[in-house]
Design a protein around this ligand. Structure first.
Ligand SMILES: NC(=O)c1ccc[n+]([C@@H]2O[C@H](COP(=O)([O-])OP(=O)(O)OC[C@H]3O[C@@H](n4cnc5c(N)ncnc54)[C@H](O)[C@@H]3O)[C@@H](O)[C@H]2O)c1
Ligand SMILES: N[C@H](CO)Cc1c[nH]c[nH+]1
Ligand SMILES: [Zn+2]
Length: 421
């Protein structure tokens, strides 16, 4: 693993994958075809990209029930416990509508309304992600979204993985369609004969999914463009190199484009982690993917002290940050940008991916500078409430009319003044 001393010359910025022009064109063409041909286009692209020939896309009750035969009881129990943790955490995010009443009878407030319908994209491809179903569906349910529509690409045999079906069924998702990529995003945005159009599309995916979400944004809302996974470990000489290497590899195995970075003032630790990463990598089933990620996007930055290490972390604004120092809590206040922060040696990143409760859909590519993990607010919208009494209007009409005339908007001024007569 590449070890670099942090100097002013080291560029910490990674290039953001915006997709090639070719990929953009492919995605635009897919969306157009789905808009004009509906299910027929979905059938065509599902055969082309997923190798599955499907007569109908909707997952049946029988398929859901049959999936349980392939799930171990202990896994099912773990899934249910994770669901409970995630639900409890997100319940705390729920906001209440509110009203205030002032002495002159003015009532002001904010009404929270759940979205009517949401589409959840569950990635398929090189891995199955039942955990992403929990992370996307539970906050939508806590927000009380009325209709949740899930899509996920089928395997060549036309089925979805048992874990995906069981997770969806445990959450009571009723509308599940076997389709993926840009065609599934287009179906959710515009609707087809079998897929209902939704108001917002959430969920991670590869570059085709990301480009399609970007393309339909405006017609529908989207959550974010979640790029390849990232982890930054901030560690001092107290940290265990075996833990750090394992945690770096946990994110590297997601994607050849994932990035795994250690930032430390301790040179001895840097060398020990580099050795440990090679050792553990060789034993991983997904060593090709993780190896490419470590080679192309992995790095160990050695800083002059812990303070400089914190500055590097804030510049990287990582999706996941682990703090493995003697006193992690003491550094927490200094971290300004990170999607999720894991403190201490027992808070390995996968604890958050699967189980602890906070969402694992997080801002990537430095967007933690200005955005947040997926949360209940993403599934609601707010309406402002204004109710003026006669007394309140009389007392303030002149000021409102003056402000309207400042903008040259006479009709605005008169709309207020007409009530004074
Ligand atoms: N941020 C998160 O929370 C999170 C969670 C899980 C997964 N992920 C990420 O999601 C991604 C999943 O990607 P994936 O590829 O495994 O699954 P995916 O479901 O995103 O993509 C599969 C689909 O891509 C389309 N596709 C593939 N090649 C194509 C081509 N040449 N032209 C047009 N369309 C094509 C196909 O329609 C296929 O169905 C990974 O990058 C992973 O790291 C992120
Ligand atoms: N670490 C991923 C987000 O970057 C989420 C995930 C799903 N499954 C395992 N991990
Ligand atoms: Zn992960």
């Amino acid at each position: 693993m590449r070890i670099e001393k942090v100097t002013e010359k080291v560029s910490l910025k990674r290039t953001i994958d915006q997709g090639t022009q070719e990929q953009q064109k492919v995605v635009e063409a897919i969306i157009e075809q789905v808009r004009s041909e509906g299910d027929e286009a979905i059938r065509f692209f599902t055969e082309k990209f997923d190798g599955a020939e499907l007569a109908s896309f909707k997952v049946t009750k029988d398929e859901l029930e049959a999936a349980y035969a392939h799930i171990d009881d202990k896994v099912l129990a773990a899934l249910r416990e994770a669901m409970g943790n995630i639900r409890r955490f997100h319940e705390r995010q729920k906001r209440q509508s509110w009203l205030t009443t002032e002495e002159d009878g003015t009532i002001l407030g904010q009404k929270i309304t759940a979205l009517d319908s949401v589409g959840v994209y569950v990635p398929g491809g090189t891995a199955a992600y039942p955990s992403s179903i929990l992370m996307n569906v539970i906050p939508a349910q806590v927000a009380e979204v009325r209709k949740i529509v899930m899509v996920s690409p089928p395997g060549k045999d036309g089925t979805l993985p048992a874990g995906v079906l069981v997770a969806a069924n445990e959450l009571g998702v009723e509308h599940i369609y076997k389709m993926g990529g840009a065609q599934a995003v287009a179906a959710l945005a515009y609707g087809t004969e079998s897929v209902p159009a939704v108001d917002k599309i959430v969920g991670p995916g590869n570059i085709y999914v990301a480009l399609a979400k970007r393309a339909v944004y405006g017609h529908v809302d989207i959550d974010m463009i979640a790029g390849p996974s990232e982890i930054v470990v901030l560690a001092d000489e107290e940290a265990n190199p075996r833990y750090i290497a394992a945690d770096l590899l946990s994110q590297a195995e997601h994607d050849a484009l994932a990035s795994a970075i250690l930032v430390t003032p301790c040179e001895r630790l840097a060398e020990a982690v580099a050795t440990e990463v090679e050792k553990q990598l060789a034993l991983l089933p997904r060593k090709e993917i993780a190896g490419a990620s470590i080679r192309d996007y992995g790095a160990i930055y050695v800083t002059k002290d812990l303070e400089e290490a914190v500055a590097v972390v804030n510049e990287l604004a990582p999706e996941h940050l682990e703090i493995l120092t003697a006193e992690p809590m003491q550094l927490l206040g200094k971290i300004r940008h990170a999607g999720a922060i894991f403190l201490g040696p027992y808070s390995s990143e996968p604890v958050g991916d699967y189980f602890a409760g906070p969402n694992h859909v997080l801002p990537t590519n430095g967007t933690a500078r200005f955005s947040s993990p997926l949360n209940v607010d993403d599934f609601t919208k707010k309406s402002s409430i204004i109710s003026y009494s006669k007394t309140a209007l009389m007392a303030n009409a002149e000021k409102i009319a003056a402000l309207a005339r400042l903008e040259g908007l006479e009709a605005h001024a008169r709309a207020v003044e007409v009530r004074l007569k």
